[in-house]
Design a protein around this ligand. Sequence first.
Ligand code: NAD
Ligand code: G6P
Ligand code: MN
Length: 444
Amino acid sequence: MKTYHLTIIGGGSTYTPGIVKSILDAHDVLPLRKLVLLDCDAERVARMGGFVRLLLAAHAPEVEVVVTTDREQAFSGMDFLFAQIRSGGLPMRALDEQIPLRHGVVGQETCGPGGFAFALRSIPDMIEIGRDLRRYAPDAWVLNYSNPAAILAELWRREFPDLKCLFICDMPIVIERLLAMTLGVEHADLAFDYVGLNHFGWWRHIWARDGRDVLPGLRARLLGGEKLKLFEDEHVNADWIPTFERLSKTLGYFPEFIPNTYLQYYFFGEEMVAESRPDYTRANRVMDTREKTVFAECDRCVAAGSVADSDLARGVHGDFIVDHVRALLGGAPLRTTVNVPNRGAVKGVPDEAIVEVHGLVSTHGVEAFAVGEVPHFQRALMVQQNAYEQLTVEAALENSYSKALQALTLNRTVPSADVARAILDDLIVANQGRWPVLERDIAG
Ligand code: NAD
Ligand code: G6P
Ligand code: MN
């Protein structure tokens, strides 16, 4: 039987235990021979590695586990690589979120200036990773969760079109599962139609098995005050409840389609700022909760020499990435949201724009379904947001301050060019040595 070699890039992530559990559960289609955890932080990945070694020793002792900071060792001979890096770590995420808030602008991991700052740190790291993949694993499949996914996919389209990489996001699948639960049916019994960009889109239809579009009925219920049914998962915990509840507000303003929750940052900036604390953002919360809990549990298991009573959970996040591997390896094709160059799928949006739409993942790779026409409002928002994404990549690749300023000015979370410039200048100082140097190519 063929066995596989798989690397997790960013193996020190708190998501690693859940992903490894999902991989172990997929043993029938994805029997492993070797699992590599690669990370730039040797101490962090050693702690995680101790836990993963115990987990594998208990459930799949035949698998060799390697923990490394060396990309050549981690990439050579691999069949699959899962990428989940956070360039600069959670402390830099905290600054990404805090700096815009000091200027009265949304402070968020992937949206607005926070996502821009994260992108400018991640682009150089992803270029190094891409170059080494080309050298050591040119035929492997890469499945990327690293954010900001839309911008990294745009970078990949430009720089590494020869490498096979799927840019995936668990937010649409989480929301679809909540919508299915609220409808009282299995997710598998529904076919969704989605259009947008990553963290920036809408569901247009939800078809039941009998061909009926059940979205209008669901919309009426949500607009009538019914709440989304929530299940307990990594991303459906108490912290996320206001976000899921605000979905109904967005729907109330723009009732045509069901919105992705991330649109709240673009439509309700003042409200999001008012609800945030510039000295304690989501990054701080994650450092004080998920990060502490997961690493304390890793240390506890390593000290005890056993994972027998460990409750580090498996969830949608790990299952979703592994479902892609199943489909790539010849399991049933996976119908899901995909992030791919538009190439005509959405009319009126540039061909090269990375769009998020439904498609099929299979042994043939990925194919997007055609969407066709979208109304002015959604189309214009997509075109503007994509221009922001492209300018962000160009700012990094061309070391251009003026493109960085254009990008931030175009971003809907930023009210003026003056505010864009003030935030950009603060971000440059905070990211010294981590960002490409931006040449001052404008006056002033
Ligand atoms: P984390 O900080 O807990 O883990 C990331 C790991 O990557 C750390 O161990 C860090 O040391 C390592 N790392 C950073 N730069 C690296 C590099 N250049 N090479 C190798 N390793 C590197 O972060 P997290 O909360 O687990 O999130 C990881 C990433 O996944 C982030 O980009 C996050 O936004 C993304 N994410 C995406 C989704 C999605 O659905 N798209 C969901 C969750 C998380
Ligand atoms: C969702 C999104 C990810 C994002 C994550 C943040 O899963 O799809 O792109 O990184 O939420 O979660 P956190 O708990 O780190 O704020
Ligand atoms: Mn995402």
